[in-house]
Write a protein that binds this ligand. Sequence first.
Ligand SMILES: CC(C)(COP(=O)(O)OP(=O)(O)OC[C@H]1O[C@@H](n2cnc3c(N)ncnc32)[C@H](O)[C@@H]1OP(=O)(O)O)[C@@H](O)C(=O)NCCC(=O)NCCS
Length: 395
Amino acid sequence: MSASTEAAGSKSPSKPDAKAPDTRGLAGQTVGDTSICAVTQTELIYRGYEIADLAEHATFEEVAYLLLMGEKPTPAQAKSFHAELAGMRDVPAEVASMLAAIVKASPTTHPMSLLRTGVSLLSHRDPECEDNAPDAELRKAKRLLAKIPTLIGIGQAAWDGRAVPANDPGMTHAAYLLLMLTGKKPTELAARIMDVSLILYAEHDFNASTFACRVIASTETDLHSAICGGIGALKGALHGGANEMAMEMLKEIDRDCAGGRMSVDAWMKQAFETKRKLMGFGHRVYKNGDHRAGILRRWGLKLAEQQGTASKKWFDLGDEVQAIMLRDKAIHPNVDFPCGMTYFVMGIPVPQYTPIFVAARIVGWSAHVMEQHANNRIIRPLASYVGADRRKWNG
Ligand SMILES: CC(C)(COP(=O)(O)OP(=O)(O)OC[C@H]1O[C@@H](n2cnc3c(N)ncnc32)[C@H](O)[C@@H]1OP(=O)(O)O)[C@@H](O)C(=O)NCCC(=O)NCCS
């Protein structure tokens, strides 16, 4: 049907009939090429390397280098990349004081909103903000990667009423991020778990936030503007916000079922009857499970077991919920489900879980913005009109 014949009739937007594939939300549609990442039912590949291989053998900084530069770094390149990032962590004093003032004035603001503002504030102080040349974009991407943990730390320190810890350039990105989040130097195991989670979160082809970044970048606007849009998209409960919501849901189940008041089975039955979405479950692409979930669960469980029953109980509860979801709905957990439990036993405040996702995904977003700019055409699809029939303003 042409756009003009459609405009003559009035249809209400509705779910397509049961037989036709449901393509709302661009489901099942390939909308462009990328050489950064491949997401299939069976694999997740970053520039040719499989995710389990990277989580086992690489560091987050090496993966960041791979995604931004296209190739695995040599040991010397990895060392100098680490030093370069570690030397750029500080943010301008006025950016820090403006963020702290926002927390003071609006303590209930969400850390993702604060982070979005933080990136926007940094844009004003980035001398290359308006320069979209490939080398300038790479430098801006590295600066943002280095500074995002500091932005997160400024907010958390303001909420906790403590000073922002000083930079320790010897710390890895993951260890520094944990220092910023908790105010304490992390253990080696905690830093490694954070490192793995950042690797798992770094990139995922045309997910909603990355696609948002690419759409924004396609207008030939600047990297910081695209990243602000990416943060806004990631914040939503159906996307990155799910790691916080998954933990909140587990806490709710724990409360409702405490002292045998209710079984987990009964809680889940009630959730299914009310058509409640269970956070941390399901995925647009992975229908047989998310490869990242098992990797992160193993690391989180290792820490929980070390810490004892008060921590392990969250993994036991998670396993029970997961088994019921599989048995009754055939829906698998995604990476956000074990992520919630893992960050919880690491002592990280729940509202900071999605900002941690940003500290990793900034790499994927930046790589995609650069890929979009390297071969740009504005992203402007068509819409099928289903609105009112033609009518006259004056009768
Ligand atoms: C990720 C998500 C947005 C994918 O959405 P989608 O591709 O449109 O979902 P699907 O088409 O696979 O859903 C198929 C069916 O499973 C149901 N379903 C999917 N995920 C579900 C969940 N987490 N809890 C309960 N039911 C779920 C849907 O409601 C749908 O049921 P219906 O056919 O009766 O309407 C969705 O699974 C979801 O909302 N999950 C919870 C949020 C989350 O964890 N997000 C992080 C993703 S990494």
